[in-house]
Design a protein around this ligand. Sequence first.
Ligand SMILES: Nc1ncnc2c1ncn2[C@@H]1O[C@H](COP(=O)(O)OP(=O)(O)OP(=O)(O)O)[C@@H](O)[C@H]1O
Ligand SMILES: [Mg+2]
Length: 306
Amino acid sequence: MVRATMRRVTGDLGRAGHRTERNDHSACRAGDCVARLAAPAPPRRDDRPIAPLFSRSCREVGVPLVSIEGVSKSFGDHRVLTDINLAVEAGEVVVVIGPSGSGKSTLCRCVNRLETIDEGRILFEGSPLPTEGRELARMRSRVGMVFQSFNLFAHRTILDNVTLGPVKVLGQKRPAAQARARELLARVGIADKADRLPRELSGGQQQRAAIARALAMDPVLMLFDEPTSALDPEMISEVLDVMRSLASSGMTMIVVTHEMGFARSAADRVAFMADGRILEVAPPAAFFDAPQTDRARDFLARILRH
Ligand SMILES: Nc1ncnc2c1ncn2[C@@H]1O[C@H](COP(=O)(O)OP(=O)(O)OP(=O)(O)O)[C@@H](O)[C@H]1O
Ligand SMILES: [Mg+2]
């Protein structure tokens, strides 16, 4: 797919601003259905959201960034995903919720082909996921993943953790990668931790370093799988704030979380899963105020009681 650099977006983009930008296709050429802003980020201001590095889809061309179509998957004879259909537009934030074991993580892992699927297909920027080799590696490098466990290299500094991917995978020069890494660490609020080892950081700080590491690869899509569930309560909000800021900047995000406040405030749509199926997809207000299925009502009643 041909890529184009579109008009750079500067300044703060709240949700309203980001919606406007997302629908602005004035700089698109026919066929350039996805364009990514790769311009360097503007200088940090404390109230500025995280770098406006994101991809946008030309709606008139009709290509979502990710399109999951009729996907089913089993582990042995245990079916864990059944006929999943979900299209995620560029710039959209979809929060996936549902009971334990409903297939949320498996779905996330299928999106960047950490798991294979048995039926259906997954399109990324309009093309089927590559099955192997360079193309798969390239596609994966454009999808940032943040898990519950941070998986930082324990014996490397935070700065090294964030620069390793850009240098080794993207071939960036070390000084440029380091400058960008420091900028990202500042954006997630841990500029002063650049030369520390992961064990010298709190859980929330390590998770923010993991987010910076993912962003350093200039992803067009961020997948979050319960990024706050291993954190102490007081550290959860600092990570959610970073994610909110990222969402406001227009990053396309699929977020698995039990943080209903985040889902309400940051999601464009909420997808509710149970028993390997997506039972409901709706804007957060509609979903939380008037869930359509008994499963969703039960789930919300249980989770909101805690
Ligand atoms: N590698 C695997 N091999 C066999 N079964 C698996 C594997 N990974 C997941 N499963 C099973 O698939 C089902 C869905 O698991 P998954 O981790 O996707 O659920 P989840 O919705 O993310 O749950 P949780 O909220 O607890 O994280 C579960 O029954 C799980 O035991
Ligand atoms: Mg999971």
